[in-house]
Design a protein around this ligand. Structure first.
Ligand code: ADP
Ligand code: MG
Length: 679
């Protein structure tokens, strides 16, 4: 009998080749395999007689005949078959699944599940899943799990291996305290493991899922709660509100603050006046005016002689922010207190910057994440502003605390909003302010999809803009072509545009150029020497050229909604009507995601849409082991689950229980306390 820690190859039927395929998926031990959860289920329980089929999702039990295969238009292949039961026959069609023809056994009965719908003026079942009837135990239901597959690993193989491992499920130790399981009436873990892999009814499956969802959410929310409890215990520098300073600053701005800006600044001032460290995020679309909010927050600390640190994700952005902040502080003469400190600076200027930061009263220090370990004396740091990072991990907090002896007020600013439901559940320790109102006078960017047949029309549009003196970004999802079909690689598009737009100067920028070369290209674009900038997604954040009015995006299928929206935000920053062209890679009908993107201009709406389409797992980054924070089972609209988890946390905390008693839980809590990035 194998044990949980044994390699998967100890299981019956798992040879060296299959083991490798498992290893490639991160499954090494029998334990890993038991916790390799299905991605989805195909429900063959509700079998309909073929004579009674109605359009929609259907399951039938039938045998196949007349299987044919042909290649149709460029790239498209069609496999057709007739499926028959005792009541009638129906045509089955698979597109681009050429292996179907040879894998179907005419002598066998199959369960067939797919959409029964009109195609070519006939009702057919299109692209169904099929399963040999003999594959099912008579005593188990016909809800079939499918797993994340690879070339060498099919769901069928996973199911077989899992079956061999299931008898060991009662050895998997539950990470949760016993009292939680009993008082919250959670399903036993071994039952949940068995039923998630081999459910015999939808009801059983739901119960198993709930247990896994609980196990997934509990450590995350417990981590937040513990961090929050720690934060509330801390004492930090109280920064008093100075009304006349705020008034003077506002009076000298070249514009009037929006109502949202004023509301958010006021929230921040109230937080900073407390001795509990603020933990606040300001969300606002590109151009909503987050910088001025950050600067006004800093003002109060500077006036009291405290330091402020501003951390940007890259040096390029740190430089740009410093320039903007300088302009905002200048009317009050406070720009003398601004210090730029980045890793790329020569050591003499670095030294001078550190000295200056330490010497003057109320320095505003701008740099990248290395700021905190740069040698500046942070003992009087009152406010830490973090740009485009969603979490300040526990490790970072601790290293900061070592240098400051206190936690400063935290303010993060971002153009990638956290969807409301995630914010309420997952980020429950964070106060969120939203800048929804855009400064007046902004024009909406016009977005459209470009089908392959419309590329020459696109060229005409670009020429019109270029001739009017505007500049253009062209963004590609990769640098080099991986194979011939990668005609969306930046190098390929750069060559193509250089040939097509001979009267204009085309530039190329990507992450493999060294920093000074990148800076040079950016400078030429900013000064208008380059008309068309072909780039990778490195220009996603921060780059600011008011004369650029067109964003062309190739290979949009590979980019997330948030990323597309960020890219679009690179244009429309000046007075000119701006455009975003999303160039589709093929002539298939575009995904709902891309269609929605061209319709919606509001980042908040897009983030909700992104969440509902991709789920939290796809949006929130992977932790160290490549295991997602959310397995994909999670649904954050599940208020019953969330209430249960919150009740569990309350139990745990009221009991003053210690994580040290639950090593596995502790590990997961610690993992959750690491940083989380949006992707
Ligand atoms: P983001 O939120 O993208 O960081 P910025 O802070 O860079 O936006 O602001 C974008 C531009 O809008 C800047 O040029 C800034 O000076 C200007 N701006 C900010 N607030 C206002 C306002 N209330 N009215 C008009 N212009 C504003
Ligand atoms: Mg900004």
């Amino acid at each position: 009998m194998p044990s949980l820690s044994d390699p998967v190859s100890t299981l019956n039927g798992v040879g060296a080749k299959l083991e490798q395929a498992f290893n490639a998926k991160g499954i090494d031990s029998v334990y890993d395999l038991l916790l390799y959860l299905p991605r989805k289920y195909i429900d063959y329980t509700d079998i309909t007689d073929i004579s009674k089929l109605k359009p929609g999702n259907v399951s039938i039990k039938a045998h196949f005949s007349n299987v044919t295969f042909r290649r149709a238009r460029r790239g498209l292949s069609i496999t057709e078959a007739i499926a028959s039961d005792t009541t009638g026959s129906v045509r089955i069609i698979w597109f681009n699944q050429p292996y179907r023809k040879d894998s179907i056994r005419l002598s066998e009965q199959y369960y067939i599940s797919g959409e029964f719908k009109l195609s070519n003026r006939r009702l057919n079942i299109i692209n169904p899943y099929i399963e040999q009837a003999g594959e099912f135990n008579n005593d188990s239901g016909r809800i079939l799990p499918t797993y994340s597959e690879s070339k060498l690993l099919s769901s069928w193989m996973v199911r077989k291996a899992v079956k061999a491992a299931l008898p060991l499920s009662n050895q998997v130790k539950d990470m949760l305290p016993e009292y939680l399981i009993s008082s919250l009436k959670l399903e036993k873990l071994d039952t949940a493991i068995i039923n998630i892999h081999t459910p015999s009814s939808i009801d059983e499956l739901d119960k198993a899922r709930q247990r896994f969802q609980f196990n997934e959410l509990f450590p995350q929310l417990l981590a937040n709660e513990l961090a929050n409890i720690e934060r509330l215990k801390q004492k930090t520098i109280k920064v008093p509100f100075n009304a006349s300073l705020a008034k003077e600053f506002v009076a000298k701005l070249p514009f009037k603050l929006t109502n949202d800006q004023r509301r958010v600044i006021w929230q921040i001032y109230q937080d900073m006046g407390q001795s509990v460290p603020m933990n606040r995020m300001v969300e606002g679309d590109v151009g909503s005016g987050k910088t001025v909010v950050a600067v006004m927050s800093a003002l109060m600390a500077m006036a009291e002689g405290y330091k402020v640190a501003f951390m940007a994700p890259t040096e390029l952005l740190a430089n740009q922010h410093a320039e903007t902040i300088n302009k905002l502080l200048a009317p009050l003469g406070l720009n003398d207190s601004l210090v730029l400190l980045t890793g790329g600076m020569k050591s003499a200027s670095k030294k001078a910057a550190i000295e200056k930061a330490n010497k003057i009263n109320g320095a505003f220090v701008v740099g990248t994440h290395s700021l905190l370990t740069s040698g500046v004396d942070w003992s009087n740091l009152a406010l830490l502003i973090i740009d485009e990072q969603h979490r300040f991990g526990v490790d970072q907090r601790m290293s900061l605390q070592k240098q400051t002896n206190h936690l400063p007020h935290f303010l993060s600013i971002t153009a990638t909003p956290i969807p409301r439901s995630l914010a309420l559940t997952y980020f429950n320790d964070l106060s969120i302010s939203r800048l929804k109102e855009m400064p007046s006078g902004r024009r909406q960017i016009k977005s459209s999809l470009i089908a392959p047949g419309e590329r020459s029309k696109l060229k005409d549009e670009l020429v019109t803009q270029l001739s009017a003196g505007r500049q253009i970004y062209v963004v590609c999802p990769l640098i080099h072509p991986n194979d011939k079909s990668d005609d969306v690689a930046a190098e390929v598009i750069f060559k193509q545009y250089s040939k097509q737009f001979t009267e204009f100067k085309v530039g190329l920028i990507h992450g493999q150029l060294d920093l000074s070369a990148q800076a040079k290209v950016m400078k030429s674009f900013a000064s208008g020497k380059i008309n068309i900038l072909v780039a990778t997604t490195i220009i996603e954040v921060g780059v600011d050229v008011a004369n650029a009015s067109v964003m062309v995006i190739y290979g949009p299928e590979r980019l997330g909604l948030a990323q597309l929206h960020q890219l679009r935000g690179r244009v429309g920053r000046g007075e000119y009507q701006s455009y975003c062209y999303v160039v589709l890679s093929d002539s298939l009908s575009p995904s709902p995601r891309l269609r929605q993107f061209t319709k919606l201009t509001d980042g908040f709406e897009l983030s909700e849409l992104d969440l509902s389409m991709r789920g939290p797992g796809a949006i929130y980054g992977k932790l160290q082991h490549g295991k997602g924070m959310f397995s994909g089972l999670m649904s954050l609209d599940d208020h019953k689950l969330i209430t249960k988890v919150q009740a569990g946390i309350k139990l745990f905390i009221d009991k003053k229980d210690s994580l040290n008693k639950y090593p596995e839980l502790k590990m997961q809590v610690q993992e959750a306390q690491q940083m989380t990035y949006l992707n």
